[in-house]
Design a protein around this ligand. Structure first.
Ligand code: SF4
Length: 998
C-alpha cells in the first residue's frame, strides 16, 4: 500500500534559510542550526549531523535568540567619566578607543610588560589570547580555569594524560556502571544527557555522588548524598576495599602504568621518593624473570608491582604500586572510618566497591578488534572494564581538590579502567605525556620583548617555578610560585587582590575579557569592589587602568575605564580548535567554527578582531610581517585560516592544503572556512577501529597522533599512580637541591606535595566546624550558564530568583518553613535568603543556584526585578584569603597545589530572620545607571523582521511566537500573570526543587 503525499501544507514556512554554527550558551560547543527569515533570526535548533549533540538542544541553546536580543548588550565603546563604580561613561568612537588602548598597552610594554595583567573568562579562544599575551611579553595571563576546575584538569594531566569532560568521555556504549562525582548539569551538558540516555536504554547502572540531588543525580539509579569535600575519602575507601579483596587489575597496572616503577626509599636523602633510573635516564622496574632491575620500556621484562628490592648500588626501592597500597590500606581509609566523615554508611561503601569490581572483572566487554601495542605486540581482541567515572567542579573546587581528583584516577587505574571498552576514554589530542609539556615560559627578557613560550604550562620541579631568587612570585596571581607551584590555569581569583595590594608588585593595566570578576567570578564581592575602587594617597586608583571587553553590561563594566564592546556569538567568527579545547570525541578528532549568521546592529566588534588589531598596532611579533604590516589584515577569520602555530598546524585541522584534501597537518587553505560552512560548521574524523582504545599504548594511534603534532613522539604514554614531580617539590622543602623555598613555606610544601594522593579535610571545614556547622555550596541549573542566563527573557522565566535549599530535618531544627527568610552567616559576612525545604540534600549541607542574584542596574535589568531583590550570591560569604598563617603569610583561599579557588569549602550558620527583616535579600548593592550606555529599549522584546503569515491567513504578530510568557519589559520581566494564573516571577515548584526533591 502506498502512502499519498498530502497536497496541503501541514506546516507553514517559518524560515527561508538555515545557517549552521556552534552554540555558545554554555561551554559544550553543540552544533546548531539558526533558522532565518528574510535575513532575521527566527529560531534555533540542534544540528542533527553534529558529532557533539546530534541534534539535541537544551533550554539554553534554544534561548540563544534572546541572548542575542538582550537589552543588556553594549552598543558602543565607552570611556569612564565618573568615579569607578558609578557607571558614568561617555560614548567614544572605535578609533579613539583603540588609540587609547594602544597608548596604555604600548607604554606598559615599553617599560615592563609584566605590568599588564590579561585575564579572560570562559573564553573559547585561549590559544589566541594566550599567544597574544606571550607576544606582548606578559606572563600575567590566564583564563577562568583557576576559578573553575583546574584541579580536575591538572590532576588528570599529571595522572592519566587526559581528564574528564573536555579531554575525555565515558564509553557510553559498553559501560555497565557509571559513577558521577560532583557533577552539575553544565559540565558537561548535552553530551552527558545523550550518554545517560544510552545507559538508561541499555540498563547500565548510574550512581551519582553529590551532596545535592538535582539534575543527573535526580535520574541516577542511586544517589549517594555525600558531605562536601569528602569525595576523596570516599574514593579512597573504595580503593581500600578493592585492595583488601584483591580486586585489582595487576596485569594492566604493570603494563600501562608506573605501578612497577621502582621508587627509591632513602628517608632524608636527596633521592628519596624519586624513581630509580639507569644511566640513560630510563625508569627501572624489577624483572621477575631475571630477578634484577630492568628498564621500564623493556618489553621482555616481567615487572613486579610489590615488594622491597635492593638495587646493585645498595639502594632500597619499592614499586610505586606498593606505596599506593600502603596508603590506601591504612585504617584511615577503611569504610568504617570513612563513614563517619563522609556521611555514607560503611555498608554502602563496601557494596559499591563490590559493584565496581563486578562491573570491571565479571564478564567484561571484549571487542573482536585486533590492535598492536607500543612494543609491537599484536592483540586479537580489545578487552574492557565496564566501569566509567566522570567528575567535575563539585569535587574540584575544594582546597583538597587536586588530591581528590588524583584519588579518583587511582581508583580508575586499580580497576584497569582507562581507555578500554566500557571505561573512561581519552579524547584527542589527548592523551599526552604525564605531565604534559610545555613548561610555563619565563618572564620576558626586558621591555618590548616577547615570552619565549606560552604563559601557562606544567612544571615538573622547583626549577620550573616563576620565582625570584628570594622566592618572590613573578606572576601577579602567584601562580607557579612556592604558594601554588602547579597552578596550571593561573589564579584569576587572586589578581584583583594582589594588584590592589601590590603583592608581589603593582600593575599598570588590567585587561579583562568576558570575566565578571566584579561579581559572580569573585570571592568576597565587597572586598573585590574595594580592590577595584581603592585609591592611593594622591587620589589615583591602586589599579591604575582597567580595560574590559564584554558583549553585555555585566556588574564588572562600571569598574572599567575603557570598554571595548564585543559581539554576541551569532555575530562573529570563532574556532573551536585542537590547539585549545576542541569538539573531539573518543572516536576521533574534531573541531568547528562559528560564523556570523547576522551582522551586528550596534557599533561593536568581535573581541578577537580587536585583539589582533591591537597586536598589529603594537607591532607584536607574529601580528606583523617582516615589513611591519599587519599579518592578519582580515582579522580573526584571516588568522583562523592562515595562522600556523607549527609547520602545517593551524587553528583548524580540517580541509588543509590548497585543494582542501588534507586533514590534520598541511598548508593553509584559503577556502577552509567555506569548507567548514559547507560541512555544517565542523570537521570530524573517525579513527580506524584499531585506534579506538588503549590510545596511551596503541602503536597505530600513537604514530597517528604524533604525525598530527598532538604529542611530541610516538613513545608510549605511561599513566601515573605516583607523581614524581610532587616529590621534587617536597625534597626541595626538605632542603635538597639548588631551588629552595622560603623557610616559612617548607611545612606546607612537605605536607601537600605528597607524590601519593591522600585525603585531608578542606581547610575551612575543620577550623570552622564549631561556629559554622553547615556546608554551603551552589549548583548550576541546567538552564543557565555562569551569569549569562539571568539576562535571558526566556530563561529568566524558569528561574528569576534563587532560594536556599535546606534539608527537612535541618529546617525543623531551625524552625523554618518554605518561603521563610534566613540569615546565612560566614566568618566574613552574612546574606539574607528565602528558604525552600527538600529531602534531596545531605542534611549538613545547604545549597542554592549559582549566579542568579544580580546587581541592580546590571545586565539591562529594570528596577525591582526578582534577580536583584530576591536573588542572592553565596560569593559574598566566601573569603578570598585564608586566615593569616604562621610567619605572617597570607594565602589565597585555594588548593595549595594548583591554586584552584576553594569556594565549595564555605561554612556557614543559619538564623531565622525577624519578621521585620523579611521580603528582600541583603546585601543589596548600589544601583548602576546603565541607561546612557544601553540606550533606549523596546517595551516588548521581539525578533525583528517580517511578521509571519500562515498561508492565506492574516498577518501574525511576531510577538505571538515569542509567547505570552515572554513579554519582556525593558530590562526585566513584567510581574504579570501567565496563562496559568501564576505570576511569572514565581519559579515553578519543580525548578525550585531542582525537579528531584523527595
Ligand atoms: S548544552 Fe545547550 S547551551 Fe550548551 S552548547 Fe549545547 S545547546 Fe548550547
Amino acid at each position: 500500500m502506498s502512502t499519498r503525499e498530502p497536497d496541503v501544507a501541514l506546516t507553514r514556512p517559518v524560515a527561508d534559510e538555515v545557517r549552521k554554527t556552534t552554540c555558545y550558551m554554555c561551554a559544550c560547543r553543540c552544533g546548531i542550526r539558526v533558522h532565518m527569515k528574510e535575513g532575521s533570526i527566527r529560531y534555533i535548533d540542534g544540528n542533527p549531523d553534529h558529532p557533539v549533540n546530534r541534534g539535541v538542544l537544551c533550554a539554553k541553546g534554544s534561548a540563544g535568540l534572546m541572548q542575542h536580543l538582550s537589552p543588556g548588550r553594549l552598543k558602543k565603546p565607552l570611556r569612564r567619566v565618573g568615579p569607578r563604580g558609578s557607571g558614568e561613561f561617555e560614548e567614544i568612537e572605535w578609533s579613539e578607543a583603540l588609540d587609547l588602548a594602544v597608548e596604555w598597552l604600548g607604554e606598559v610594554r615599553g617599560r615592563d610588560p609584566k605590568k599588564l595583567a590579561f585575564f579572560t573568562g570562559r573564553d573559547q579562544s585561549q590559544s589566541l589570547t594566550g599567544w597574544w599575551a606571550a607576544k606582548f611579553g606578559t606572563q600575567n595571563f590566564a583564563a577562568h580555569g583557576g576559578f573553575c576546575s583546574v584541579n580536575m584538569a591538572a590532576a588528570g594531566l599529571y595522572s592519566i594524560g587526559s581528564s574528564f569532560w573536555e579531554f575525555g568521555e565515558p564509553d557510553w556504549d559498553h559501560t555497565k556502571l557509571f559513577l558521577l562525582f560532583g557533577v552539575a548539569e553544565d559540565h558537561d551538558s548535552n553530551p552527558i544527557k545523550l550518554g545517560l540516555g544510552k545507559l538508561k536504554t541499555r540498563g547500565a547502572k548510574v550512581i551519582s555522588v553529590n551532596p545535592v540531588r538535582t539534575g543527573y543525580s535526580g535520574i541516577a539509579d542511586e544517589w549517594v548524598g555525600i558531605r562536601p569535600g569528602t569525595d576523596g575519602l570516599f574514593a579512597g575507601a573504595l580503593i581500600h576495599q578493592l585492595l583488601s579483596a584483591d580486586q585489582v587489575d595487576h596485569a594492566w597496572l604493570a603494563a600501562m602504568t608506573d605501578a612497577a616503577f621502582l621508587v627509591v626509599r632513602n628517608p632524608g636523602g636527596a633521592d628519596d621518593g624519586l624513581y630509580a633510573r639507569d644511566a640513560e635516564g630510563r625508569e627501572l622496574v624489577w624483572d621477575a624473570k631475571r630477578n634484577a632491575p630492568a628498564p621500564s620500556d623493556d618489553a621482555h621484562a616481567r615487572p613486579v608491582i610489590a615488594g622491597v628490592r635492593t638495587l646493585p648500588d645498595g639502594r632500597k626501592v619499592v614499586p610505586a604500586f606498593q606505596l599506593i597500597a600502603e596508603r590506601f590500606l591504612d585504617p584511615a581509609y577503611a569504610p568504617d572510618a570513612a563513614a563517619e566523615k563522609t556521611g555514607i554508611p560503611a555498608d554502602t561503601i563496601r557494596r559499591i566497591a563490590r559493584e565496581l569490581a563486578s562491573a570491571a572483572f565479571d564478564a567484561p566487554p571484549s571487542l573482536p578488534v585486533a590492535w598492536t601495542d607500543w612494543a609491537g605486540r599484536r592483540h586479537e581482541t580489545m578487552e574492557g572494564r565496564a566501569v566509567a567515572l566522570h567528575a567535575m567542579r563539585g569535587i574540584s573546587a575544594h582546597s583538597n581538590g587536586f588530591h581528590t581528583c588524583r584519588i579518583l584516577h587511582v581508583l580508575q587505574m586499580v580497576l584497569g579502567a582507562i581507555d578500554r571498552p566500557g571505561s573512561s576514554r581519552h579524547k584527542p589530542p589527548f592523551p599526552r605525556p604525564c605531565p604534559p609539556g610545555p613548561k610555563p615560559a619565563r618572564p620576558a627578557a626586558g621591555p618590548n620583548e616577547a615570552l619565549s613560550g606560552m604563559p601557562l604550562g606544567f612544571p615538573t620541579g622547583p626549577e620550573d617555578l616563576l620565582v625570584e631568587p628570594d622566592g618572590t612570585a613573578q606572576r601577579i596571581d602567584k601562580a607557579y610560585s612556592w604558594d601554588f607551584p602547579i597552578a596550571a590555569h593561573g589564579l584569576m581569583h587572586s589578581v584583583l587582590h594582589n594588584a590592589w595590594a601590590g603583592d608581589p608588585y603593582e600593575i599598570d593595566v588590567l585587561f579583562m575579557y568576558m570575566a565578571n570578576m566584579g561579581w559572580n567570578s569573585a570571592m568576597n564581592v565587597p572586598e573585590t569592589l574595594k580592590y577595584l575602587t581603592d585609591t592611593k594617597e594622591d587620589g589615583s586608583y591602586k589599579i591604575p587602568k582597567i580595560i574590559y571587553s564584554d558583549a553585555y553590561y555585566s556588574e564588572t563594566v562600571p569598574y572599567a575605564d575603557l570598554i571595548l564592546p564585543d559581539t554576541t556569538y551569532l555575530e562573529r567568527w570563532d574556532c573551536i580548535s585542537l590547539l585549545d579545547r576542541p569538539i573531539s570525541g573518543a572516536h576521533g578528532p574534531g573541531d568547528s567554527i562559528r560564523q556570523p549568521v547576522v551582522q551586528p546592529d550596534r557599533d561593536v566588534r568581535p573581541f578577537q578582531d580587536v585583539l589582533i588589531e591591537l597586536g598589529a598596532r603594537l607591532k607584536l611579533p607574529g601580528f606583523v610581517d617582516d615589513a611591519g604590516k599587519p599579518a592578519y589584515p582580515g582579522g580573526y577569520p584571516d588568522y583562523i585560516v592562515n595562522h600556523e602555530r607549527g609547520p602545517g598546524i593551524g587553528p583548524l585541522a580540517g580541509w588543509r592544503e590548497a585543494k582542501g584534501d588534507t586533514h590534520g597537518r598541511g598548508d593553509p587553505n584559503p577556502d577552509q572556512l567555506q569548507r567548514y560552512i559547507d560541512n555544517g560548521g565542523f570537521w570530524h574524523e573517525a579513527f580506524p577501529d584499531d585506534q579506538l582504545f588503549f590510545k596511551h599504548a596503541n602503536k597505530a594511534y600513537l604514530e597517528n597522533a604524533h604525525s598530527k603534532g598532538w604529542i611530541p613522539s610516538s613513545d608510549r604514554i605511561v599513566l601515573r599512580l605516583y607523581t614524581e614531580a610532587m616529590q621534587k617539590f617536597r625534597l626541595a622543602a626538605q632542603g635538597h637541591g639548588p631551588h629552595q623555598p622560603p623557610e616559612a613555606q617548607r611545612d606546607r610544601l612537605k605536607t601537600y606535595f605528597d607524590p601519593v594522593p591522600f585525603w585531608y579535610a578542606p581547610f575551612e571545614s575543620d577550623a570552622l566546624a564549631d561556629d559554622y556547622p553547615i556546608a554551603a555550596i551552589t549548583q548550576r541549573p541546567m538552564h543557565m550558564y555562569h551569569s549569562w542566563g539571568s539576562q535571558n527573557a526566556w530563561l529568566r522565566q524558569i528561574t528569576a530568583r534563587n532560594r536556599l535549599f535546606i534539608h527537612h530535618t535541618t529546617a525543623d531544627e531551625l524552625g523554618v518553613r518554605d518561603d521563610d527568610w534566613v540569615w546565612i552567616t560566614s566568618p566574613i559576612a552574612r546574606v539574607k535568603a528565602q528558604v525552600k525545604r527538600m529531602a534531596g540534600v545531605e542534611p549538613g549541607t545547604v545549597w542554592t543556584w549559582n549566579a542568579i542574584g544580580k546587581r541592580r542596574g546590571a545586565w539591562g535589568l529594570k528596577a525591582g526585578v526578582p534577580e536583584t531583590e530576591k536573588g542572592f550570591l553565596l560569593n559574598h560569604l566566601i573569603n578570598d584569603l585564608l586566615p593569616v598563617q604562621e610567619g605572617g603569610l597570607t594565602y589565597a583561599n585555594a588548593d595549595p597545589v594548583t591554586g584552584q579557588a576553594a569556594w565549595y569549602d564555605l561554612r556557614v550558620r543559619l538564623e531565622k530572620c525577624e519578621p521585620h527583616e523579611v521580603g528582600k535579600t541583603s546585601p543589596i548593592f548600589e544601583h548602576f545607571d546603565t541607561a546612557p550606555a544601553l540606550g533606549g529599549q523596546p517595551d516588548i522584546l521581539r525578533a525583528v523582521g517580517p511578521n509571519i503569515s500562515p498561508p492565506g491567513g492574516p498577518p501574525t504578530p511576531a510577538t505571538e511566537w515569542v509567547g505570552q510568557r515572554a513579554a519582556y519589559v525593558p530590562g526585566g520581566l513584567d510581574l504579570e500573570r501567565d496563562g496559568g494564573g501564576r505570576r511569572i516571577d514565581e519559579p515553578t515548584a519543580d525548578t525550585q526543587d531542582g525537579g528531584t526533591a523527595q
